[in-house]
Each structure stands twice: as structure tokens, then as C-alpha cells.
Design a protein around this ligand. Structure first.
Ligand SMILES: *[C@@H]1O[C@H](CO)[C@@H](O)[C@H](O)[C@H]1NC(C)=O
Ligand SMILES: *[C@@H]1O[C@H](CO)[C@@H](O)[C@H](O)[C@H]1NC(C)=O
Ligand SMILES: *[C@@H]1O[C@H](CO)[C@@H](O)[C@H](O)[C@H]1NC(C)=O
Ligand SMILES: *[C@@H]1O[C@H](CO)[C@@H](O)[C@H](O)[C@H]1NC(C)=O
Ligand SMILES: *[C@@H]1O[C@H](CO)[C@@H](O)[C@H](O)[C@H]1NC(C)=O
Ligand SMILES: *[C@@H]1O[C@H](CO)[C@@H](O)[C@H](O)[C@H]1NC(C)=O
Ligand SMILES: *[C@@H]1O[C@H](CO)[C@@H](O)[C@H](O)[C@H]1NC(C)=O
Ligand SMILES: *[C@@H]1O[C@H](CO)[C@@H](O)[C@H](O)[C@H]1NC(C)=O
Ligand SMILES: *[C@@H]1O[C@H](CO)[C@@H](O)[C@H](O)[C@H]1NC(C)=O
Ligand SMILES: *[C@@H]1O[C@H](CO)[C@@H](O)[C@H](O)[C@H]1NC(C)=O
Ligand SMILES: *[C@@H]1O[C@H](CO)[C@@H](O)[C@H](O)[C@H]1NC(C)=O
Length: 830
């Protein structure tokens, strides 16, 4: 009952017709035997996030069929990675034998095939691109999945993918790196899940030589990857399917989070994280020298902080001292003293003492762990009973692990890792313990001597020590600290504001990478970052010369961090190290207001109701700064790019309080550091006088910008070179103010409220500062729809080509007086 080709064509046309008729916006997510895709077409997952189609990597003209997330710079799967198409004749289709194939359309040649099916009847097969980014080939009659791209990955893993291995058959899924960024063919590095009794991830060179390993999974982290306990690999886990299959997964509870973990051509992991489909992090997790598998040979241990990095375990010595001293560690180390079992082998009547264990803390455990199902206290005793057991470790998530044979790929960390107990001959252990014993006994003798000498003396000494300590603490606190690691400040401060390590922020922001820049303000650039616990942050790296000492800076930040309001960006902490001063803020996924109201596409997403709630939020935040906070802060740089938007589009004022910190500097150069052209009130711009009323002026400008969708600073009106305020004022006086309203706002029903906002804006930008309302009044005016507003007096605006002259549209008043009533408010307000 097969369809003739004529019928198929007819069906195709029908389908085409219906798609056109129903609107092409509902892009299809399937490929069927009758519908293939060509080079210029794509298949889209139904949520519009993943696409399947043809792409060329950067700097390459080769064409590949693949799947990408959002854009083809985020490739998650490639079909014909080793058989590139040289032209755009490629076709992706379901072949007669039921396989998904990539054809070279010009030569009619299959360049890639899913190689799973040899069905006689494939007319019911379809390939679908799922929400997860998985491309599945299914037989529609049985619903059976024949093939899926998640089981045949390339170099990238995404959430819900299962990177599995089969205990019985030994089959495993292998990730293989590209040759280079622009050559996607299989490269040197690959990754698999291994050691399935205590699973861990192995990275290989050329498929067979281990390159590095993560250490076993303990239910929470891979214990040989300190990066893991800091959370960069947050989302990873190991799971089991039945008793045969072990798999690695990647998942986030929060569906707005997404990540791509890929293997770089150099064998490192690259992590790209998204939040609400916005890229928030893109970093390469560089390996350390010590991560190279087995670098220090058998019984050698690596520590990046040491020089040389390799050393023999305690009780061991280099097997070949000459090589070892030349930093060739491949032949490893040997035990100095034979263990009891070894001695017994030589002399059956030998009755020396039992071996014992030496504890090594914060270690990466050796490869080839074996497991024993016993309690923690039994772990060591069981190991002693077995002559081939050379070391053990216990992890609550894994249980008792022990090692027989060479101990290989050990590493000593400065944090994380586990306690590893190595077996040594009793005499050898005696050596190690004697040393500490002697030290301990010496200390005891001294203590006894002091105690028995005279009690009074001891008390005096004790008091003296206390006094000295407290003196030292105070002195240390006020001294400028230039060490890399900052001393912890007084506990009361610490409770209130966390201090971050420079190194943590450096890693979190990928070394303050340009690609992580969120913006650049008057006080320094802002970077996005990902903290160890998976939290996204914004890091403001303050320009160096704030003229403040560390102590003052810290005080200031602590005080500012106490300002908390729904419409202020929250400060999470700070970092002071040497010259570096940084503030850590919560991350705002929706960026700043200017990215919406001035963007031709985004502004459509901001209807009037949203805009008004943003205006209201800004007003409340500003009111809090001016009046309700105990500091009475004048922002001095209020503008659209300083209004950040959270996931719910709630506006948050940022950079508040920085004017306080930088007060030393802005006296030197007011305009460079604080204030933005177009938002500055005349008295501030011309005379450097600022007060609450200069913030009100900026707020007025912001109101006009939000209502009109036009930027005050770059406003251009062809007739006259007026600023936005000037232009609006002209329309107001011509009784044509309605034409100012952003045409993208569906204004119907809201016109009255919009015009009221514009009216309030005019009141805020009045030339005479004392005429401008206070924030309290502004909030009232915004929220009481029916009260009457006073008519605006003269507004102040800048004429485009002569920015230093402030003009009034009708120069009846003598505007030279405009500064007379402005009071200079001390920003150091109490
Ligand atoms: C293939 O399957 C379809 C639907 O089940 C059926 O109509 C058709 O006759 C089959 N063709 C052959 C050659 O078996
Ligand atoms: C592509 O080529 C340009 C110019 O040779 C080079 O600057 C750029 O880094 C290349 N990009 C990639 C991804 O290799
Ligand atoms: C097909 O191949 C011919 C010769 O090999 C070439 O001239 C032509 O441009 C190719 N067609 C396409 C669509 O690339
Ligand atoms: C499919 O099978 C052919 C022939 O056995 C082989 O050359 C090709 O590499 C296989 N393709 C894939 C994607 O496994
Ligand atoms: C497979 O089944 C679904 C639902 O039953 C149907 O919508 C779709 O068209 C079918 N696809 C093919 C290729 O038969
Ligand atoms: C992997 O194998 C290739 C080809 O045999 C070789 O050129 C390359 O050096 C090997 N890579 C490493 C890191 O050993
Ligand atoms: C797991 O293993 C047990 C015994 O080895 C066996 O009886 C059981 O069927 C297995 N379960 C699965 C899901 O394979
Ligand atoms: C290091 O020592 C091993 C074993 O003796 C030897 O095979 C290797 O060539 C040496 N490597 C170097 C770089 O000297
Ligand atoms: C074997 O050990 C016993 C007891 O330690 C000792 O007396 C004896 O001399 C040893 N024999 C040899 C051959 O070393
Ligand atoms: C001792 O350990 C080895 C290596 O794991 C193992 O093969 C052997 O069965 C163990 N012996 C005893 C008595 O448990
Ligand atoms: C360790 O102490 C024991 C007894 O306390 C002593 O016999 C032994 O010689 C000491 N070893 C060293 C190396 O000092």
C-alpha cells in the first residue's frame, strides 16, 4: 500500500500549504521520510531553543549538520564531524533503510549515517528534536527509540544527557574533543566514565593513555577534583540504571539555568552557563600541572605548591635518585623499610611488630581503588589483615576504599581531598611519630616549668600575653594590609559583610575576562561571575585611586551594605587586596533599563504597565536613599544604565553610595568620575553643586526617556538641535506632548497616566532647583492619579551644539540666578 511518488509530492505540497497557511512561526521539530532539510533550513525544538541544521565552525567553510543552543556558536552535537561537506548541497533526511543520514546532495553520496536500522519499511519513522536538545529517531508504529544523539555525543554535554557505561559489556559513551576550534574532526582528547565500582571521569590522550582523572564520586562530588567542592561543576551527578548501567548527568533544578560542558581541543573542560537564555559565564577550567595522570610515578605525590612538585610518600625514597633529581619522576618511589609481610616472606620466624598507618590529609586518592563493605573503624584493621593492602581511605559517601599494588596518581591539595592512610613498617612509623612525640614532650616540659615556678609569675605571664595579643590585634587591624590573603576583620564586621578572596573572584570571572564584562561605570568595570556554590554574581572592580585607606573603605562598604531596599541592588560582599578593591553584587539577569527602552526590539517587550512599575520602583528606591535610609545618600549618577532589572523586571538602583566612597576623587575631577552628560542638573554640571535636587533632575530625565523611548544624551531632532528635554518642552508648549510618547507603548487607556508622568518629569527638571519637588512628593504624585499637579515652570536643558550653555525656551527669567537657592548638602550626612 505504498504511496507513489506523485502522492508523496502532493502530500508535500499539502503540508507546505498548511504550514504557510497556519503561519511559518510554528517551526517544525521533526524530520519525516517525506520531509528532509537542506543546507539553508533548520528544524527547531518546540520551545524554540535548540536548532538542527547546517553550520560552519569559525574560520572554516566546511559545512556540518549539527544541533545548537540559541546560536550556532553553541554547538552541542555534530553529525558528520569527520566527513565535512565542501559545499552547501547537504541534505539531512531519513533514508529508505530507516536511518538518519547526511547526504552530499551534489554527489548523492551518504557522508554520515546513524547506522542503526535496516528496516524494510521506514515510512513511519521520524526524527524529532526534543526540548532537551536530544535528536531522537523513532518508529512511530511501535514508539520505539532507535537512535538518539545524546547517546552519540561529540565534545559537549548538556543537562539531562546521560553519559553512561555498562558494567557487563564494558560499552561506554565517549566524548571526543575537536582537533581545533575551527576543525571539528575528532581530536586527541576524550572522556569516559570509568572504575565503575567507584565511578569517576577519565580524560584520555589518543583514547588509551590516561591524561587526568576526577577521583571517585562520593554521591556529592568527585573527591579528587577540588574544583568540584568549590561548585564550578555544580549540577553534575552520577546515577544508576538497574545494576548494569552507571551514568554521569548534568541537571539543574531551576529550569531557567542551562549549561554546556565541553572538552576543549587542549583537553580541558569548558563551562558555558546560561540563565534565562542569557550567557552568564564562559570559562575554561584549566588543569594544574599536578593533574597529569601519574606524573610523580608510583608512590610519588604531587603538590603544586611545592618545588619540585613531586615528592615520595613518607617512608618511601626515589627508585632512581639520579633520574628523580633531574625531575624525571616516571620510575617513582620505593618503600624504605619492608612491611611485615615482606619480612615474613624472607624469614618465616621473624616476629617484628605489626605495621601501622600514617595519615596524609587532603589527598587525591590513588587510582584503582577497591571497595570493602565495612564500617569506618573496620577499614584499617581489615587492610592490615591483607598483605596486599597498602593504603586505605574512608569517605562517608563511598565507604571503605583500599589499594593493593602501586599507589599511582596521588596529589596533595591545600583544601578538599580526603585523609589517606598509608601502610608503613612499624619502625618507619616510629621515626615519623618519634619526631612529633619529642616536640610534644619538650613543650610539656616548658609548660610544667612555667606552672611550677611560681603561680603569680604564670598569672602575670598570662595577663601579659593577653594584653600583647589584643594590642597586636588592634595594631594589625589598622595597618594597611598588602598581603594577598586579607586578614579577617573584627568579627562584628565579618558577620555583616563577607570578604571574598581575590583568587575566588579571579576564578569566578575567568580572570576578569573581557567576555565576562557586564558594563563599565564611572567607578570601574563590572564583571559577571559564578561563585563556588553556583551563585551568579556581578563584580565591580573599582578604579584604583579612591584615595581611601583600606580601613575607611571597608567601613564605608559595611555601612552602605546595610542599606536594604527592594529597589536597590544588594551588596553581597567585598574584596580588598593590595590595590584591588571590589564590590560583589547580586547578579541581575535582565541587565539594565537602557538595554530595554533604547533597543528597537526589546522596547516592544516593555509595555506601559511595566514601564510604570519600573518608574515607581526607581522612585521608591530613590526616596529610600534620600530620606528613609539613615545615610541620606545622594546618588549623583542616576541614569538608565544604572537601573538594573531582576528576573521579574523589578528595577534595582545600582552604584548607590559609591559617590560617598569616591568623594575624595570627584573633588579633583567631578565630571569624569560622577555624573553623566545629559542627566546632570545645570547647577551640578556648571558649578559642581549637588543636592537631592540634582538627583531629582536626573530622575526627571529618566522619566522622559522611559515615556518617549528616546535617549536624552544622543537625542537628535532635525529641525532644531534640541535635547530631549528641549524637544519635549517645545511639544508641551505647542500642546502636542502626546506625540512624545513612545509609539511602541500601546498607550490606549493609559494616556492620562503617561501624560501625568511627563508632567511630573517637567517638574523634576525645572531650572530652579528649589522648585523641583522632593522625592516624597514625587512618589505621592506618581501614585495619586487624580490630584492636581502644579504647572511646570522653566525647565533647564542643554542645546546640542553648545553643551556648556543652559537655555530656557522662554528667557523671561534671569537664569543666572538659578543656583542661588541651591544648598550644598554634605554627602557625609548622618
Ligand atoms: C509500510 O508501512 C505503512 C504504514 O504502516 C504501510 O501503509 C505500507 O504498506 C508499508 N509498506 C510496505 C512496503 O510494507
Ligand atoms: C579566525 O581567524 C582570525 C584571523 O586569522 C583570527 O584572528 C581568529 O582568532 C580566528 N578565530 C578562531 C576561532 O580561530
Ligand atoms: C556540484 O559540483 C559541481 C562540480 O563538482 C560544482 O561545479 C557545483 O558548484 C556543485 N554544486 C553545488 C550546489 O555546490
Ligand atoms: C556506519 O557504518 C559504516 C560502515 O560500517 C562506517 O564506515 C561508518 O563510520 C559508520 N558511521 C557511524 C556514524 O558510525
Ligand atoms: C507519528 O505519530 C504522530 C502522533 O501519532 C503523528 O502526529 C505524526 O505525524 C506521525 N509521524 C509519522 C512520520 O508518521
Ligand atoms: C596522539 O596520536 C597522534 C598520532 O598517532 C600523535 O601525533 C600525537 O602526538 C599523540 N598525542 C599525544 C598527546 O601523545
Ligand atoms: C540485578 O542483579 C540481580 C542479581 O545479580 C538480578 O536478579 C536482577 O535481575 C538484576 N536487576 C536488573 C534490573 O538487572
Ligand atoms: C625518564 O626515565 C624513564 C625511565 O628510566 C626513561 O624511559 C625516560 O626516557 C626518561 N625521560 C626523560 C625525559 O629523560
Ligand atoms: C629470622 O628472624 C629471627 C627472629 O627475628 C632471627 O633470630 C633470625 O636470625 C632471622 N634469620 C635470618 C636468616 O635472618
Ligand atoms: C587481599 O586483597 C587482594 C587484592 O584486593 C584480594 O585479591 C584478596 O582476595 C584479599 N585477600 C583477603 C584474604 O581478603
Ligand atoms: C623512637 O623511639 C623509640 C622508643 O621511644 C626508640 O627506641 C627509637 O630509637 C626512636 N627512633 C628514633 C629514630 O629516634
Amino acid at each position: 500500500m505504498g504511496l507513489t511518488s506523485h502522492d508523496t509530492n502532493l502530500l508535500n505540497h499539502l503540508f507546505l500549504f498548511s504550514t504557510i497557511f497556519l503561519g511559518l512561526s510554528s517551526a517544525r521539530d521533526t524530520i519525516t521520510p517525506s520531509q528532509f532539510i537542506t543546507d539553508s533550513e533548520t528544524v527547531t525544538s518546540s520551545d524554540n531553543v535548540f536548532k538542527l541544521g547546517f553550520f560552519s565552525p569559525a574560520n572554516s567553510t566546511n559545512r556540518y549538520a549539527g544541533i545548537w543552543y540559541l546560536s550556532d556558536t553553541n554547538i552541542i552535537w555534530i553529525a558528520n564531524r569527520n566527513q565535512p561537506l565542501k559545499d552547501s548541497s547537504g541534505i539531512l533526511k531519513i533514508s529508505e533503510d530507516g536511518n538518519l543520514v547526511v547526504l552530499d546532495g551534489n554527489k548523492s553520496e551518504v557522508v554520515w549515517s546513524s547506522n542503526v536500522s535496516n528496516a524494510a519499511n521506514s515510512s513511519t519513522f521520524q526524527a524529532q528534536l526534543l526540548h532537551s536538545g536530544n535528536l531522537v529517531l523513532i518508529d512511530n508504529t511501535t514508539g520505539k527509540t532507535l537512535w538518539e544523539s545524546f547517546k552519540h555525543p561529540c565534545d559537549a554535554a548538556v543537562p539531562t544527557m546521560r553519559i553512561s557505561a555498562n558494567r557487563n559489556t564494558g560499552e561506554r559513551i565517549r566524548f571526543i574533543s575537536r582537533k581545533s576550534v575551527s576543525d571539528v574532526s575528532t581530536g586527541e582528547f576524550s572522556a569516559t566514565i570509568e572504575r565503575l565500582d567507584a565511578p569517576e571521569v577519565f580524560f584520555w590522550i589518543n583514547g588509551t593513555r590516561p591524561y587526568w582523572r576526577t577521583g571517585p564520586w562520593n554521591g556529592r562530588i568527585f573527591i579528587g577534583t577540588p574544583m568540584m567542592s568549590t561548585g564550578y561543576l555544580y549540577g553534575w551527578g552520577v546515577g544508576y540504571e538497574g545494576n548494569e548501567t552507571v551514568y554521569l548527568t548534568y541537571s539543574f533544578a531551576d529550569p531557567s539555568k542551562f549549561g554546556i560542558l565541553s572538552l576543549t581541543p587542549q583537553g580541558n573542560l569548558r563551562l558555558v552557563r546560561f540563565y534565562n537564555q542569557i550567557e552568564v559565564l564562559n570559562m575554561v577550567l584549566e588543569n594544574s600541572k599536578c593533574d597529569v595522570y601519574g606524573l610523580c610515578g608510583a608512590f610519588g605525590s604531587c603538590n603544586v605548591k611545592n618545588s619540585p612538585i613531586c615528592s615520595c610518600l613518607s617512608g618511601y625514597e626515589p627508585r632512581n635518585l639520579e633520574e628523580w633529581n633531574k625531575q624525571n619522576w616516571t620510575s617513582g618511589c620505593l618503600r624504605k623499610e619492608p612491611l611485615k609481610c615482606e619480612r615474613l616472606k624472607k624469614n618465616r620466624s621473624e616476629v617484628g611488630q605489626e605495621d601501622n598507618f600514617l595519615k596524609l590529609g587532603m589527598m587525591k586518592v590513588p587510582d584503582f581503588a577497591e571497595r570493602l563493605d565495612v564500617e569506618e573503624i573496620q577499614c584499617g584493621t581489615q587492610c592490615l589483615k591483607n598483605c596486599s593492602c597498602l593504603a586505605y581511605a574512608y569517605d562517608a559517601g563511598i565507604g571503605c576504599m583500599y589499594w593493593s599494588g602501586d599507589l599511582i596518581d596521588l596529589q596533595s591539595f591545600s583544601s578538599a581531598g580526603v585523609d589517606l592512610f598509608i601502610r608503613l613498617a612499624h619502625s618507619e612509623l616510629g621515626n615519623a611519630e618519634n619526631r612529633t612525640d619529642r616536640r610534644r614532650s619538650k613543650r610539656l616540659v616548658i609548660a610544667l616549668a612555667v606552672a611550677t615556678a611560681t603561680i603569680t609569675l604564670a598569672i602575670c605571664a598570662y595577663l601579659a600575653i593577653c594584653a600583647y595579643r589584643s594590642l597586636k590585634r588592634t595594631a594589625k587591624h589598622s595597618e594597611i594590609q598588602s598581603q594577598r590573603m586579607i586578614e579577617v576583620p573584627k568579627p562584628d564586621k565579618l558577620d555583616e559583610l563577607p570578604l571574598y578572596d581575590f583568587e575566588v573572584l579571579e576564578t569566578a570571572t575567568n580572570n576578569f575576562h573581557l567576555a565576562n564584562t557586564l558594563g563599565k561605570g564611572g567607578f570601574g568595570p563590572v564583571y559577571k561571575g559564578l561563585l563556588p556554590d553556583g551563585q551568579e554574581i556581578a563584580v565591580k572592580r573599582l578604579s584604583r585611586a579612591s584615595g581611601q585607606g583600606q580601613e575607611e573603605f571597608m567601613n564605608e562598604v559595611v555601612v552602605i551594605s546595610k542599606l536594604q531596599h527592594r529597589n536597590l541592588v544588594r551588596i553581597l560582599g567585598c574584596c580588598i587586596e593590595g590595590d584591588e578593591k571590589m564590590l560583589i553584587y547580586e547578579f541581575m539577569p535582565n541587565k539594565s533599563l537602557d538595554a530595554f527602552i533604547f533597543d528597537p526590539l526589546q522596547r516592544k517587550n516593555l509595555n506601559w504597565t511595566r514601564r510604570f512599575s519600573i518608574i515607581d520602583g526607581i522612585a521608591r528606591g530613590l526616596l529610600y536613599l534620600h530620606r528613609d535610609s539613615r545615610l541620606r545618600i545622594i546618588h549623583r549618577d542616576l541614569k538608565a544604565s544604572n537601573i538594573l532589572l531582576d528576573g521579574d523586571m523589578i528595577p534595582k538602583i545600582s552604584d548607590f553610595g559609591l559617590a560617598r566612597i569616591f568623594k575624595g576623587e570627584d573633588e579633583v575631577n567631578t565630571k569624569r568620575v560622577v555624573g553623566t552628560y545629559g542627566y546632570m542638573s545645570p547647577e551640578y554640571a556648571m558649578e559642581g553643586l549637588f543636592s537631592e535636587k540634582s538627583d531629582i533632575y536626573s530622575f526627571g530625565v529618566l522619566l522622559l526617556e522611559i515615556a518617549s523611548g528616546k535617549r536624552n544624551s544622543s537625542f537628535r531632532n532635525d529641525e532644531e538641535s534640541l535635547s530631549l528635554i528641549g524637544f519635549a518642552w517645545k511639544l508641551w508648549n505647542e500642546d502636542n506632548i502626546k506625540s512624545l510618547i513612545d509609539p511602541e507603548i500601546s498607550a490606549s487607556g493609559f494616556e492620562k497616566q503617561i501624560l501625568r508622568c511627563i508632567h511630573i518629569a517637567f517638574l523634576c527638571v525645572q531650572e530652579v532647583a528649589k522648585d523641583r519637588p522632593f522625592m516624597t512628593t514625587v512618589v505621592l504624585m506618581l501614585n495619586s492619579e487624580n490630584s492636581n499637579l502644579p504647572p511646570p515652570k522653566q525647565v533647564a536643558f542643554v542645546q546640542k551644539r553648545s553643551p556648556s550653555i543652559f537655555k530656557s525656551s522662554r528667557s523671561k527669567e534671569n537664569h543666572c540666578n538659578s543656583n542661588n537657592h541651591v544648598t550644598l548638602t554634605d554627602i557625609q550626612g548622618r
